[in-house]
Write a protein that binds this ligand. Structure first.
Ligand code: CP
Length: 343
């Protein structure tokens, strides 16, 4: 059983296939002509943290494809409390066709996957956010600067080595792109992640660098990307983080004035307006943040089709007719308990 847990588990060609499928599904959906490829399929969606984009995109994608999604939030299911993660995973697997999970700890999604008999799709952990970055690369492909291929693209990430930053490093280096993180030393990508990216670059021809000079970082960037400077649970670090990042690493008009005229601005959202990015940039002409957010819906469709469709049974019409007749006969000939007697 293959899961979608980490872009590192896939080749460049496989990730390209998902993006090609995304383009086909998006085009069909835009014309309200999306094939209902997942009729009768169900997706269990486990969320240990709140979500706007991930939750809505997966749920709407399932509905549009003819399937159904269940939102399972903490306190509504047993997950490591009153029941082991192993048992929960095995039980949910018997009832749905795939599990999407946003978990506080990456180990939890790995444990779900190790015990699931259906595909598990990672909707963000403390380590990575693979569905987000697949969407980001798809968005970049739609917005390639004139005359550039994906392999020519320079993406600069401004700020903390968040799970999104880490995932961008890995997918960019896998796709043969050119990635830069700009952050103070303390908030730079770990040596372990950089080792993985070095290996990816050897295969793909991509490059990456980790620097602390924002002006240098944006000077040749095609895309400038940022993310929150702190997340839930890091509130005690807010003063230190603000001192480290503000104002030097804020994406504002002054910083973008140092970038080429064609440079676009990206953010995975949610954003703290006025903190890591200004309103002027968020709402300005370089911003592609809402196209990026919408593309979560289209990439989720491709991930759902890519991982659920191969496992769906395709019964012949004769088999469906045979079951329908058997059940129909039974219903006609049998006094069902709810009817209180024969029909
Ligand atoms: N970017 C992202 O994952 O957004 P949500 O937290 O709203 O799902």
């Amino acid at each position: 059983m293959r899961h979608f847990l980490d872009t590192q588990d896939f080749t460049k060609a496989e990730l390209q296939t998902l993006m090609e499928l995304t383009a086909l599904l998006k085009a069909a959906d835009k014309e309200r002509a999306l094939p209902r490829l997942l009729v009768g399929a169900s997706l269990g969606m486990i969320f240990e943290e709140p979500s706007t984009r991930t939750r809505i995109s997966f749920e709407v994608a399932m509905t549009k494809l003819g399937g159904h999604a269940l939102y399972l939030k903490p306190g509504e299911i047993h997950l490591g409390v009153r029941e082991s993660i192993q048992d929960t995973s095995r039980v949910i697997s018997r009832m749905v066709d795939a599990i999407e999970a946003r978990t506080l700890k990456h180990a939890t999604v790995l444990e779900l996957a190790a015990n699931a008999t259906v595909p598990v799709l990672n909707g963000l952990t403390d380590y990575n956010h693979p569905t987000q970055v697949l969407c980001d690369i798809f968005t970049i492909q739609e917005r390639l600067p004139e005359g550039k291929r994906l392999e020519d693209v320079r993406l600069t990430f401004m700020g903390d080595a968040t799970n999104v930053c880490s995932s961008l490093l890995l997918i960019c280096s896998k796709m043969g792109m050119h990635f830069t993180q700009c952050a103070p030393k303390r908030y730079q990508l770990s040596p372990a992640l950089q080792d993985m990216a070095t290996f990816n670059c050897l295969v793909s021809g991509g490059t990456f660098k980790v620097i602390d000079d924002p002006a240098k970082g944006v000077s040749d960037a095609d895309f400038v990307y940022t993310d929150l400077w702190w997340w839930v649970g890091q509130e005690a670090e807010i003063p230190d983080r603000t001192a480290a990042f503000m104002p030097r690493y804020q994406v504002n008009d002054d910083l973008l004035a140092r970038a080429p005229p064609h440079t676009k601005f990206m953010h995975c959202l949610p954003a703290s307006r006025g903190v890591e990015v200004t309103d002027a940039v968020m709402d300005g002409p370089r911003s592609i943040i809402y196209d990026q957010a919408e593309n979560r819906l289209h990439t989720e469709k491709a991930i759902l089709v890519g991982f659920i469709d191969p496992h769906l049974k395709r019964p012949s019409q004769a088999l469906k007719d045979s079951h329908s007749q058997k059940i129909g006969r039974f219903l006609v000939e049998t006094a069902l308990p709810g009817a209180g007697g024969p029909r």
